[in-house]
Design a protein around this ligand. Sequence first.
Ligand SMILES: COc1ccc(C[C@H]2SC(=S)NC2=O)c(OC)c1
Ligand SMILES: [Zn+2]
Length: 263
Amino acid sequence: SACSSRFVRSQLHPMWQEPLEMPGGERQSPIDISLQKSVFDPNLKPLVTQYDPRTCQQVWNNGYSFLVEYDDTTDKSTLRGGPLEDQFRLCQFHFHWGENNTWGSEHTVDRHLYPAELHLVHWNADKYALFEEAIMEENGLAVIGVFLKVGKRHEGLQKLVDALPAVRHKDSVVEFTKFDPSCLLPESMNEYWTYAGSLTTPPLTEAVTWIILKQAIEVSHEQLAVFRSLLFTSAEEEVQKSMVNNFRVQQPLKGRTIRSSFS
Ligand SMILES: COc1ccc(C[C@H]2SC(=S)NC2=O)c(OC)c1
Ligand SMILES: [Zn+2]
């Protein structure tokens, strides 16, 4: 599906370099989630996800992460509720991680770094006809961020981990079906922070309502090591570069309010 951000690659340096600053960006991502700056909002509703595993299509390496892509031509896999007024369609999910278990997440909580972060990307299908439209609009996207921490092996993630060697190089794709991304969500879906932000790679558009879940999911050290076995580089390139540290540097809050769904 078009949400796979194929055209974004050309704007990124071959290696994972800090994407160009968004000129005059007032609501850039990622940020540190400072607990004392967060404001409890009792009007925030529970998140409602309805994912149909039959919409899962493929996993591919786009040269800066690996994306699991969903058929977003119908309302079969959706997100609504929480801070959202409209219904959003799941189009892909991907991860950001570090070269070791010390860092890797894009967001932090009181400066606490996690080894990785999952992004479930949804676009506003009530207001826009296409993903490409939605990424240019301030209420166009809703991304659920889930922190990963090292612990017991994540059985649901293992099916995806087993598929990764097939997409080791940039631009490789492999069929990947019947995967329900709900298995990657923590038990507690009603504790989250939300703020107005942006894409964290070019085009860096300020289109994202971020929903960052408080509860991290546990994955094993070995599972993260398979993430790190992927490459930024295509099979033809002489020098192979490990796909690690594919996160953006944090951006200024610029007066934004971070709301929490819990006190
Ligand atoms: C052209 O549209 C794009 C481009 C890039 C990404 C991926 C970025 S944005 C994010 S969140 N995390 C990432 O790595 C998109 O995802 C919504 C959408
Ligand atoms: Zn991301």
